[in-house]
Design a protein around this ligand. Structure first.
Ligand code: ATP
Ligand code: MG
Length: 367
C-alpha cells in the first residue's frame, strides 16, 4: 500500500475539537523530519467522528475506511464533542473509531507510559518512585470478556443475573504475544505477562500459550526475558515500583484498567501517545490518549505533544523508521528541557524551573 511515486501514504484523520490543531503540528514535524532523513511520505486527509457526521451523516464514511485500508499507516487526532453528545450511542462520533479499529483488524493496543524527567511534579506519586518510568503496555483489544459469548441477562432461580464470558483462544494469545515480543526486542527486552492464573482457566491457557510461543520463537536467544505476574499484584507494583517494568503483555480487561492506571502515574494526559495495530505489514492507528478537549478547542491552547509522540510511535513501530522516531522524541525532550510548556503542563515541573508558556502552534514551531 503505497503511493505510485514510492512515497508511503499516511492517512490523516484530524477529527474534532483540538484534533485539527494538533494534527497540523504533527504533520509539520513529520514532513520536516522525513525530508531530513530522505524518507518519502504523502499525507492524505479524511473525515471521521463528528466532522464526518456533519459532512456525510456517518462517523466513519466508507471512503475514509477504504482510504485507511489502502494506506500504509493511519494518524488520528481526536473524536467527539458537545455538539454530538445527544446522539444515540450507535450514532455517536466515537463509534467511528471502534468501526475503524474493527475494519483494520487492529487487535493490539500499545500504550506507553513514559515519564519525561522535566515533568516529574505532574505525577501523583513521589518523584523518587517514578523517576525514569518507561513502560509499554501491550493489550489485546478485540477478545476477552468484552466480546466473549455467551453474554446477557437471565433469570437465576427467581433472581436476576447479568453475565459475561472471558474466553481466549490459543491463536488469539499467540498473535498478541508475538506483537509484544517484537516490541520488547525494540526496547529493554524485559517482558511481564499479566493474568489471573491463580483463579481463571482462561489465564492458565494465556500463561502457558505465552510461554510456549516465547520458547518456540527463540526469544531468549534474542535477549528477551519473560516473567508472569497476577493482575492485582501488578496494579500494586505499578504504584510502589513502576520503574521495574519495561513491556507488560495482557488481555483486554486487565489492559484497559492497567493502562489507565499507568498513564496517571506519568501525570500528563496531553503527553501520552497510543497505537492500535494489526499484523505486520497492515496499517495501524496512531493517536494520542487524550480526547478532543472541546473546552479548549479552536483557541490554539492544546498540547500537541501527545499527538507528536504518536507520530513518533508510528515511525518506530509502523513505518520501521526508528531514526525518525528518535529525532522526534529528542525534539520533544529538548523543548521541555528549555522550559517551553503549553498551559496544561505549567504546574508539572520541578519547583524553581524557569518556564515559558506557549500556544499549540508555537510549540509546533519550536520542535
Ligand atoms: P475522551 O474523548 O477520551 O472521552 P475525555 O472527555 O475524558 O476524553 P479529554 O477530551 O481528553 O477528556 O479532556 C479532559 C481534560 O483534559 C479537558 O479539560 C481538556 O481540556 C484537557 N486536555 C485533554 N487533552 C489536552 C491537550 N492535548 N492539551 C491540553 N489540554 C488537554
Ligand atoms: Mg470526551
Amino acid at each position: 500500500a503505497s503511493g505510485g511515486d514510492g512515497a508511503r501514504v499516511i492517512a490523516t484523520l484530524p477529527g474534532d475539537g483540538i484534533g485539527p490543531e494538533i494534527m497540523n503540528v504533527a504533520v509539520k514535524v513529520l514532513e520536516t523530519v522525513a525530508e531530513g532523513e530522505g524518507v518519502s511520505l504523502r499525507f492524505e486527509e479524511h473525515a471521521i467522528g463528528g466532522d464526518a457526521i456533519d459532512k456525510t451523516g456517518k462517523p466513519l464514511p466508507e471512503e475514509t475506511l477504504e482510504a485507511c485500508k489502502a494506506s500504509d499507516q493511519v494518524l488520528l487526532a481526536a473524536i467527539g464533542g458537545y455538539k454530538w453528545d445527544n446522539l444515540s450511542s450507535k450514532d455517536r462520533p466515537e463509534g467511528g473509531l471502534l468501526q475503524l479499529r474493527a475494519g483494520l483488524d487492529c487487535f493490539a493496543n500499545l500504550r506507553p507510559a513514559t515519564l519525561q524527567d522535566e515533568l516529574l511534579e505532574g505525577s501523583p506519586l513521589k518523584p523518587e518512585v517514578i523517576k525514569g518510568v518507561d513502560i509499554m503496555i501491550v493489550r489485546e483489544l478485540v477478545g476477552g470478556i468484552y466480546f466473549g459469548e455467551p453474554r446477557g441477562f437471565k433469570d437465576a432461580d427467581g433472581d436476576r443475573a447479568g453475565y459475561n464470558t472471558m474466553v481466549y483462544k490459543k491463536s488469539e494469545v499467540e498473535r498478541i504475544a508475538r506483537v509484544a515480543f517484537e516490541i520488547a526486542k525494540a526496547r529493554k527486552g524485559n517482558l511481564v505477562s499479566v493474568d489471573k492464573a491463580n483463579v481463571l482457566e482462561v489465564s492458565q491457557l494465556w500463561r502457558q500459550t505465552v510461554a510456549d510461543a516465547f520458547e518456540a520463537d527463540g526469544c531468549e536467544a534474542d535477549g528477551l526475558s519473560l516473567s508472569n505476574m497476577y493482575v492485582d499484584n501488578c496494579a500494586m507494583q505499578l504504584c510502589t515500583n513502576p520503574s521495574q517494568f519495561d513491556v507488560i503483555l495482557t488481555g483486554n480487561i486487565f489492559g484497559d484498567i492497567l493502562s489507565d492506571q499507568a498513564s496517571v502515574i506519568t501525570g500528563s494526559l496531553g503527553m501520552l501517545p497510543s497505537a492500535s495495530v494489526s499484523s505486520p505489514g497492515k496499517p495501524g492507528i496512531y493517536e494520542p490518549v487524550h480526547g478532543s478537549a472541546p473546552d479548549i478547542a479552536g483557541q490554539d491552547k492544546a498540547n500537541p505533544l501527545g499527538m507528536v509522540l504518536s507520530a513518533a510511535m508510528m515511525c518506530r513501530y509502523g513505518l520501521n523508521e526508528p531514526e525518525m522516531a528518535d529525532i522526534i522524541e529528542d525534539a520533544v525532550k529538548s523543548v521541555l528541557a528549555k522550559g517551553y510548556r503549553t498551559g496544561d503542563l505549567m504546574g508539572a515541573s520541578p519547583a524553581g524551573a524557569e518556564l515559558t508558556q506557549v500556544s499549540c502552534s508555537q510549540m509546533g514551531e519550536l520542535l
